[in-house]
Design a protein around this ligand. Structure first.
Ligand SMILES: Cc1cc2nc3c(=O)[nH]c(=O)nc-3n(C[C@H](O)[C@H](O)[C@H](O)COP(=O)(O)O)c2cc1C
Length: 269
C-alpha cells in the first residue's frame, strides 16, 4: 500500500510533471530536501531491491551528454541517484517504482526533475556513492527549480497535461475487457499509467484489463533491452497504483513469472 495522503498528492503531480532540462541554479530548501530524503529507502514493499541517494551538489558535471534532440541538462546542483540491488529478481521494476514516487513528490513540492539513464557519467556517480557488491546505479535525476516553469497547470492540470505530454493512444496499449465493461475508475487509472515517463518516450508497456485487476507487461519487439523496459513498467505501475488509491480502488501487486508479463494489480474485494 502507498500512504493515502501521499497517493492523493502524487496523483495531482502525475498531470503536472514533465522532464525539466534547464534549471535556475537556486538551492533546494532544507525542508524540501528533508521531505524527499524520507522516501529514499522506499515507501512500499514494491520498492524492495532499490534505494536512492541524494547528492547535494555536482549534478551538472555528472549530467554530461546529449540524447537525440534533447539538449544537455543545465543549471542543476542536486542529483537523485537510483540504485538497484541485482540479487533481487525484480530490482529494475523496484527502481522505476521508487524513483517515480520520489519524482512525483518533488513535483508536488514545485521542483523540476528529469529521469536520466543515458546522458550521465556513471563513473562520476560511482566516485561519489558507495555501492554494495551487487548494487548498480540504474538512473539519476536532477532536482531543482525549473528555469522557465510551464504555466497553466494547477486547476487546468488534466487539460494542460495533454499539451505537456505526447503519448500513444490508450487503445493501442490495452487489451482484455472492452472499455464499455471496465469497472468504475479503471479508465482514470489507465490514463494515469499512460502518462508515465519512459526512456526515449517509448512507452513500452501494455495493460490487460481483467474483471479483478490490471496486468502490466513489457511491450514485445522493442529495441530497448528488457531491463530498461521493466524499469519503465515500474514507473507506469507507480502511476497505476497511485491513481487506483486516489480513486478508491484498493489492491495489491502480484509479480508474474512469464516475461514479458511483469505484474498484476489485483483489486481487493
Ligand atoms: C528511465 C528513463 C530514462 C531516461 N533517460 C533520459 C536521458 O538519458 N536523457 C534525457 O534527456 N531524458 C531522458 N529521459 C526522459 C524522457 O525522454 C522523457 O521522460 C520522455 O520523453 C517523456 O517526456 P516527459 O517526461 O516530459 O513526459 C528518460 C526517461 C526515463 C523514464
Amino acid at each position: 500500500m502507498i500512504r493515502e495522503d501521499l497517493a492523493y498528492r502524487w496523483y495531482q503531480a502525475i498531470f503536472s510533471r514533465y522532464s525539466v532540462r534547464a534549471y535556475d541554479g537556486r538551492a533546494v530548501p532544507w525542508d524540501m530536501q528533508d521531505e524527499i530524503a524520507q522516501l529514499m529507502d522506499g515507501f512500499s514493499p514494491m520498492c524492495n531491491g532499490a534505494r536512492a541517494v541524494l547528492l547535494e551538489d555536482g549534478a551538472e558535471e555528472i549530467l554530461c551528454g546529449f540524447l537525440g534532440t534533447f539538449g544537455k541538462i543545465r543549471g542543476a546542483d542536486m542529483l537523485l541517484v537510483l540504485i538497484g540491488e541485482a540479487s533481487y529478481p525484480n530490482h529494475e521494476v523496484a527502481v522505476g517504482f521508487l524513483g517515480e514516487g520520489i519524482i512525483l513528490h518533488a513535483t508536488s513540492l514545485g521542483l523540476g526533475t528529469c529521469w536520466v539513464s543515458g546522458t550521465y557519467s556513471r563513473r562520476a556517480v560511482e566516485a561519489r556513492v558507495k555501492l554494495g557488491d551487487s548494487e548498480k546505479v540504474m538512473a539519476v535525476s536532477p532536482i531543482g527549480f525549473a528555469k522557465r516553469p510551464r504555466k497553466g497547470l494547477g486547476e487546468r492540470a488534466v487539460e494542460a497535461s495533454k499539451e505537456l505530454h505526447w503519448r500513444k493512444p490508450l487503445r493501442s496499449m490495452i487489451r482484455g475487457l472492452p472499455a464499455k465493461d471496465f469497472p468504475v475508475g479503471y479508465l482514470e487509472v489507465l490514463e494515469a499509467a499512460r502518462l508515465a515517463p519512459s526512456a526515449v518516450n517509448r512507452q513500452p508497456w501494455r495493460f490487460t484489463v481483467e474483471p479483478d485487476g490490471i496486468a502490466v507487461s513489457a511491450a514485445r519487439f522493442e529495441l530497448l533491452p528488457m531491463a530498461a523496459r521493466r524499469l519503465d513498467c515500474g514507473i507506469a505501475m507507480l502511476h497505476l497504483q497511485v491513481a487506483a488509491c486516489a480513486n478508491g480502488i484498493r489492491g495489491e501487486w502480484k509479480f508474474l513469472a512469464n516475461p514479458p508479463e511483469v505484474a498484476k494489480y489485483v483489486v481487493l474485494p
